[in-house]
Design a protein around this ligand. Structure first.
Ligand code: NOJ
Length: 409
């Protein structure tokens, strides 16, 4: 399959390239930078969500799964980007968000039975939201209590309702019909919940990935990681045919086999969080490598930047590791020039504190780094010291190091 040894580049569309001066990246901006991706040598790119969204979770609260948010452009812009990417030999992955929607999605009012509601007047169990507090909130309109694994603005879909399954299969078919090559599938771990809504027990203390404190106090055996999820993923596979499905399954490697029944790849999160020591890295890599079907990853829009985590002195070794491990590797935009965490924004856009990992791409040494001609939504960090143009011209730069690793001459 084309992805088996591929390098996939994650584009965070708000922060990649603006084309209309509104300070927010867009699809035309991405199209304008495709030659950069070709030069870098990646095989594909994944676009974080580009769908209409009220931005409670910056696009991961989708209010229409088959449209383009006007801030990013139009469906014509999308089709043009896809056609241009394909003409240049690049495959395109979208972000599929099947487990929840925005509370402003029309389904929430028109099809409330597509969501999960408490059978009592209040939270029916102790489940917690990833971002803090109870996973249940009261809907002021109906008075009912609905479940949300993430923000209260992101009600969880009820995958036990066949209408949800069919609707999400339609979403997959819609984008495949336009020509996309696959999907990164968001937040799969909790796609199906316990039918009896049983309480999660206290954490056993051996979860191998970092979790927000309050959320990590429970062992998420009923709210998440259900055996029934295999069937839900199977329904996505049925619609996807042989398009690539990469799952965001936020669990330790030992849990992955059943998830891989219908997915091509799952992200190897234990590697992303491994302390920077040979021993810890080996412990993260060996079991994941044995599965043969993990996507290696060292950064994304949710966690501290690679350069900040491992330190400037280790960014080359990190690139060596990421791009020489056998199999598929994902590179988060900006990691190839060593972008560190930024200052974020005051007041924060993201209530969970992730603005710092989402600063704009730095293309040149100008004050806005060539990202926009307007006021950037998040300030560039250090374009004068660090930018694509300068690093392209320097054979010894980190960027050229990435390029050589991706496609050795
Ligand atoms: C994982 C996404 O990467 C993250 O940004 C988002 O907040 C959650 N899933 C919920 O969709």
């Amino acid at each position: 399959m084309w992805w088996e040894d591929a390098a996939v580049y994650q584009i965070y569309p708000r922060s990649f390239q603006d084309s209309d001066g509104d300070g927010i990246g867009d699809l035309r901006g991405i199209a304008h930078r495709l030659d950069y991706l070709v030069w870098l040598g990646v095989d594909a790119f994944w676009l974080s969500p580009i769908y209409p969204s009220p931005l409670a979770d910056f696009g991961y609260d989708v209010s229409d799964h088959t449209a383009i948010d006007p801030v990013f452009g139009t469906m014509e812009d999308f089709d043009a980007l896809l056609a241009e990417a394909h003409a240049k030999g690049l495959r395109v992955l979208l972000d599929l968000v099947p487990s929840h929607t925005s509370i402003e999605h029309s389904w929430f009012r028109e099809h409330p039975d597509r969501y999960i509601w408490s059978p009592v007047d209040g939270p029916p169990n102790n489940w917690r939201s990833v971002f803090g507090g109870s996973a249940w909130s009261r809907d002021d309109v109906s008075g009912g209590w609905y479940l949300h694994t993430f923000y209260a603005e992101q009600p969880d879909l009820n995958w036990r309702n066949p209408e949800v399954v069919a609707a999400m299969q339609d979403v997959v078919r819609f984008w495949l019909g336009r020509g996309v090559d696959g999907f990164r599938v968001d937040a799969l771990t909790g796609i199906v919940k316990d039918a009896e809504l049983r309480d999660d027990p206290p954490a056993a203390g051996d979860f191998p990935l970092p979790l927000p404190r309050e959320f990590g106090e429970l062992e998420h055996v009923y709210s998440s990681n259900r055996p029934e999820a295999v069937e839900a993923v199977g329904a996505l596979r049925e619609a996807a045919g042989d398009a690539l499905l990469v799952g965001e399954v936020f669990l330790g490697t030992a849990e992955y086999p059943r998830w891989l029944e219908h997915l091509d790849l799952v992200f190897a999160f234990e590697l992303l969080f491994a302390p920077w020591s040979a021993e810890a890295l080996r412990a993260a890599i060996e079991p994941a490598e044995a599965l043969k079907r993990v996507a290696w990853v060292l950064g994304n829009h949710d966690f501290d930047r690679l350069a900040t985590r491992v330190g400037e002195e280790n960014v080359r070794a990190a690139a060596d590791l990421l791009l020489t491990l056998p199999g598929t590797a994902f590179i988060y935009q900006g990691d190839e020039i060593g972008l560190p965490d930024g200052p974020g924004h005051d007041p924060p856009y993201d209530r969970a504190g992730r603005d710092r990992f989402r600063h704009p791409m730095q293309w040149d040494a100008s004050p806005t780094g060539g990202f926009t001609t307007g006021e950037p939504w998040l300030v560039p960090i250090d374009p004068e010291e660090r930018n694509v143009e300068a690093q392209r011209a320097d054979p010894d730069s980190l960027l050229n190091h990435y390029r050589r690793l991706i496609h050795p001459e």
